[in-house]
Design a protein around this ligand. Structure first.
Ligand code: PAF
Length: 279
């Protein structure tokens, strides 16, 4: 496995692969890799000859009071895990390389960035869209893979690829969970032992809400019921919303392909999760 640091190293590498007619898959990450990330790499190998993983903690997707400074940086352990998965290249750019001091361009995907995490984390999805666009332009992959735990992020990137006519196929990979149902996340490491015991209630509440929707209960009643239960369990709920899976608009009674989206804090740790519902 090669570890590359510069844009020109990546360009040189992909040129050789392209000349040999090889198909390239790309998995962008912020590092601190867990089984969910490794699942993306394994899936990537089924779709391409070569797999590139980037590790870059992107400053522009963190708000001023968020955890950019504290975000776990575990590059050595990450590279060992990726080598064990037979990843071909790890791309480790610096902040200065991705954001030159005179950079003036931001990519913004308007509608689908607006609600849910977009309304509570101002500028977050502009940061994600901008860095993903830059990384796509550097790596020029045929396909790119993202975890569906960040479903709104996936829809933002699908919209970006569609609107900018980028010749990249996107694959969403189902959420990998701990045995007790907690969605794997680099931020789970922030949870103390009490919060870690409470955390699986997020997924349990999503499952109960799904059952209530299928049983025909009104959407607002289901949402309110879930918020009350999570609050009683000790969460500070940011949102718990039933949306249309296609465009993330708020769902109505007649919609069938739904997704329930939740974000909630336990102490200072913000967790997100979602569950698909087909009525
Ligand atoms: O999902 C993530 O880890 C990040 O948002 C991404 C897509 C790597 C962009 O920084």
């Amino acid at each position: 496995m090669q570890i590359l640091h510069t844009v020109s190293d990546i360009r040189h590498c992909i040129k050789n692969w392209r000349n040999a007619g090889q198909r390239i898959a790309f998995v962008p990450t912020m590092g601190n890799l867990h089984a969910g990330h490794l699942q993306l790499v394994q899936e990537a190998k089924h779709h391409a000859d070569k797999v590139i993983v980037s590790i870059f903690v992107n400053p522009t997707q963190f708000g001023v009071n968020e955890d950019f400074a504290d975000y776990p940086r575990t590059e050595t352990a990450d590279c060992e895990k990726l080598a064990a998965e037979s990843c071909d290249v790890v791309f480790l750019p610096t902040v200065e390389m991705i954001y030159a001091p005179n950079a003036q361009t931001t990519v913004s995907v308007s509608d689908v960035s607006k609600n849910y995490c977009g309304s509570s984390r101002a500028g977050h999805f502009d940061g994600v869209a901008t860095v993903v666009c830059k990384l796509f332009n550097i790596v020029q992959p045929d396909i790119s893979l993202f975890g569906l735990k960040d479903f709104q992020q996936f829809v933002v990137i699908l919209t970006l690829v569609r609107d900018l006519h980028l010749p990249i196929e996107l694959i969403g990979v189902p959420t990998v969970r701990e045995l007790d149902g907690l969605a794997m996340s680099s931020r789970n490491g922030y949870l103390n032992s009490v919060a870690r015991e409470t955390a699986p209630k997020l997924y349990q509440t999503l499952q109960q809400a799904r059952d209530e929707l299928i049983a025909g209960q009104a959407i607002t009643v289901v949402e309110q019921h879930a918020i009350t239960k999570l609050t009683q369990a000790g969460f500070i709920v940011d949102y718990f919303k039933v949306a249309k899976r296609s465009d993330l608009q708020f769902a109505t009674l007649d919609d069938n392909a739904l997704i329930i989206l939740v974000a909630a804090k336990l102490d200072t740790t913000r967790l997100i999760d979602n569950l698909w519902v087909d009525k």
